[in-house]
Design a protein around this ligand. Structure first.
Ligand code: AVI
Length: 321
């Protein structure tokens, strides 16, 4: 499959792609879907009627705004530290309420991309100039460490969108542990978790008839084509979604429709596919209270409260140390 052994890689993307495609069964890490095109496709996914997660979380933030805001408040006010804010559409529901009710707070979105932060800061300055925004450029955990060192008042760490669902349980626990390490006794974690529900509802959310999720999934191969000089023909792959109602795990695959060979020049790698061989590309975990409680306790956190949409499709939990 591979002509010469390669020990050094230019980027983590190159190394992880190599490891995933020489593995059996083959896999790719979903974090690499998010290049510029991947970000745009995910934006479209969030607007699809089938992708209920966005509207459910929006409903929770709209219907329970006052109770959520109240639970955040502390004697000297509070700082909202949001990991992965994106365009901040959902967060703005909460920020608008906090500003109107004159809560003493700052909003500190964290992102690796200064460009994303600049755009968010600009729209917030226009839409709600009374909100004090302090953008934090950097990786999530380095930023949390830094903030833990000098931040003295109550921190509300916020992670929306059920992003934790893209992690295996052991990685999700590590993610929560890293957050827990940066928290003091007063601080809170406010986080969204998509819930177990009718399996068909979940399958429809990850397999839309317009093919947006298919394009999102196949974008991973396109990224490999561009950045690692590969010749994947995406027409020869099928987007496939599965959901196991016992474990709550939705899995995305790309299935090779034919026997084929793909050349990845920059990895000096020729990958062979049997007809109907799979590449596992993403997991989207669905939860219930017992699993969330278990993940939290493994990470030294406890559920203090939770808010749900009318259908109980989605929940935002409040955790403390
Ligand atoms: C970002 N993440 C929570 C999305 C999800 O639901 O797993 C990514 C996604 N994949 C396909 N559709 C949406």
């Amino acid at each position: 499959m591979k002509s010469t052994p390669m020990t050094e890689f230019d980027t983590a993307f190159a190394e992880d792609t190599f490891k995933g495609l020489i593995n059996f069964p083959k896999y790719l890490l979903s974090k690499y879907i998010y290049n510029e095109k991947g970000d745009k496709l995910f934006q479209k996914i969030m607007e699809m009627p089938e992708y209920y997660l966005t509207n459910c979380e929006k409903e929770i933030l709209e219907e329970h705004t006052a109770a959520i805001a109240d639970s955040f408040n502390g004697p000297q006010g509070f700082d909202i530290i949001e990991l992965g804010a994106g365009d901040g559409k959902k967060t703005k529901i909460l920020l608008r309420h906090l500003a109107e009710k004159k809560y003493n707070f700052t909003y500190q979105p964290v992102d690796i991309s200064q460009h994303v932060l600049d755009e968010l800061e600009e729209t917030l300055a226009k839409e709600m100039p009374q909100v004090e925004v302090k953008t934090q450029q950097g990786t999530y955990f380095k930023t949390l460490e830094r903030l833990a060192d000098y931040n003295t008042r109550k921190k509300i760490i916020m992670v929306l969108g059920s992003n934790i669902g893209n992690l295996l349980h052991k990685d999700a626990i590590n993610f929560l542990k890293n957050i827990q390490n940066s928290m003091s006794a007063d601080d809170m974690l406010f986080m969204g978790f998509d819930q177990k529900k009718h399996p068909q509802k979940i399958l429809n959310a990850y397999n839309d008839p317009a093919g947006i999720t298919e394009a999102f999934n196949k974008n991973h191969l396109e990224r490999i084509n561009i950045e690692l000089e590969a010749d994947f023909d995406t027409k020869n792959f099928l987007h496939w979604e599965s959901y196991n109602p016992e474990t709550g795990t939705a899995k995305s695959f790309l299935v090779s429709k034919i026997a084929q060979k793909v050349n990845i020049k920059k990895l000096d790698l020729k990958v062979s596919f049997e007809a109907w061989e799979t590449i596992h590309t993403e997991i989207s975990q669905k939860y219930d209270d017992a699993v969330v409680d278990w993940l939290a306790s493994e990470a030294g956190l406890a559920i203090e409260n939770s808010f749900s949409d009318g259908e109980n499709y989605y929940k935002n939990y409040v955790f403390r140390k």
